[in-house]
Design a protein around this ligand. Structure first.
Ligand code: ZN
Length: 480
């Protein structure tokens, strides 16, 4: 497989990572009779697919905004015209750069691959979209409930509630629907959820789902399955949650539980993006991570599991060439422009600041109606600000609960992060240059299944229109 790249770098979308189709990732599948994916085709198809996939949401967005806010266009005037012109120029440029990249890089050339050996088909690999903002909590809850945040109630890791209080959305009391796993548990179907971060275990374990996290594995038990000690079950001590191997340990817990409890019907393992925040695709750390991920994936297949894989979001570098973070500090900008506001909420905020310093590609502004126009004028024209939506439009377009979002939603460009005040963000703790997520540019995620997909979702999977929240339906109801 020499020469195959584990990722694709597209001009304009610097480093979207195909987390789960790199050769090291798939070799474990290959060794176990899955055969390797038709990587050449996958790479080629996805290369072309990416162009359309990423243009899709932007075009959709423009169309929706046009329909939904025709009367506002009059007020927006020059900005609307400028944004349409900008859109045209950027998409044309992106297409040209894409064509240029194809001709320069010539993906697929020089690969020592025997096509006869490549049997994994589109039936098991596709791409789809994650929820916006492209963050951990909204997407993990969407994946385990099968519904968007507008229904499950979690629009971010963090939000401001109607009473003005600021909340980390890690408490099950914020959930508005039960998870698929809770429904399984209620019907007596043995299931297990393993998370890396304990904040997610609280949410995903809600409703009586047997659950355990790597972060709190020491001394933890699973009485439902007569497991007294997780570390004893795995056979090694649990690593720190910031350790690059923490995700692997989560996979090991699932494997060990499958061996100990033969009746387990569904094991859900949620990994952390710590490595992706710190290391770009192709970095030594990233390759090491996926080699081990792949070996563990092979062990699940050996155990006879049907495996479905997706991601909660992508990841992009958001720093200058010199390594300093590229950030718009909205509080400083609005203060300088003399625009009063109540609150800036960064929905990526969570208890793990070493990952991203609370800087991502999305922000909510809470402010009085009379100041919204001034805020839009101060911020919308900044380089690196791509979308500005009022609350009602944001709720519709992103499928979010209107009572848990801000009065204005801002989405940033791939290489730009949004912050509150420069003094608020301690970037000294980051593992490396700022790599983060939250915007449209981290919305594309893989959908991978270890068995062919049949049934009503097959066409939609191949068309690339499914979401990560469809992974349970795909895996449980639509595989051959
Ligand atoms: Zn993250």
């Amino acid at each position: 497989m020499a020469g195959l790249s584990s990722h694709i770098r597209l001009a304009g979308w610097p480093s979207f990572t195909f987390l789960y189709v790199s050769p090291p990732t798939m070799s474990g599948w290959a060794e176990r009779g899955m055969r390797s994916p038709h990587q050449v085709e996958v790479l080629g198809d996805t290369f072309v697919g990416l162009l359309t996939m990423l243009l899709g949401p932007i075009v959709f967005c423009m169309v929706v905004s046009g329909i939904a806010a025709v009367d506002r266009l009059r007020h927006v005037g020059a900005i609307a015209l400028r944004s349409i012109a900008y859109f045209e120029i950027v998409t044309t440029l992106a297409l040209l750069l894409g064509l240029l990249a194809v001709n320069l890089v010539r993906p697929g050339d020089g690969l020592a691959v025997d096509p006869a050996q490549l049997q994994l088909t589109d039936e098991v690999f596709s791409v789809g979209a994650s929820e916006m903002p492209s963050l951990t909590n909204p997407n993990n809850i969407s994946i385990v409930t099968g519904v968007p945040p507008a229904i499950h109630g979690i629009p971010g890791n963090y939000c401001r509630l109607p009473d003005g209080s600021l909340e980390l959305l890690n408490d099950p009391r914020f959930l508005r629907v039960p998870s698929i796993h809770a429904e399984f548990a209620a019907r007596g179907i043995p299931t297990l959820t393993v998370t890396t971060k304990d904040k997610l275990r609280l949410l995903l374990g809600n409703g009586g789902v047997p659950s355990v996290s790597v972060e709190r594995a020491r001394g933890a038990a699973l009485p439902e399955y007569r497991i007294d000690d997780i570390e004893e079950l795995v056979g090694t001590p649990a690593p720190d949650v910031y350790d690059p191997s923490a995700s692997h340990y989560a996979m090991r817990i699932g494997l060990a539980a499958l061996q100990r409890v033969p009746g387990l019907r569904l094991v859900y393992v949620s990994l952390t993006d710590r490595v992706q925040h710190a290391a770009a695709p192709g970095d030594e750390l990233a390759d090491r991570f996926f080699a081990e991920f792949d070996a563990l994936l092979g062990a699940y297949l050996d155990a006879g599991c049907t495996v479905g894989i997706t991601a909660d979001h992508g990841m992009n570098a958001k720093h200058h060439d010199a390594g300093t973070a590229r950030v718009h500090y909205l509080g400083d900008l609005l203060t300088a422009a003399g625009v009063p506001f109540e609150e800036i909420v960064l929905p990526i905020t969570d208890p793990y600041p070493k990952h991203h310093g609370a800087l991502g590609g999305f922000a909510w502004l809470h402010l009085a109606p009379e100041h919204r126009g001034a805020a839009v004028r101060a911020l919308a024209a900044l380089p690196g600000i791509e979308e500005v939506w009022e609350r009602a439009d944001a709720a519709t377009i992103y499928e979010l609960p209107a009572d848990r979002i801000g009065d204005l939603g801002l989405a940033a460009a791939a290489d730009t992060a949004l912050g509150r005040y420069a003094v608020d963000h301690d970037l000294s703790q980051l593992h490396g240059g700022l790599r983060s997520h939250g915007s449209r540019h981290e919305q594309l995620v893989p959908l991978i299944l270890s068995r062919p997909v049949r049934g009503p979702l097959a066409k939609r999977l191949h068309a690339g229109v499914l979401r990560n929240r469809d992974i349970h339906d795909l895996t449980l109801n639509n595989t051959a």
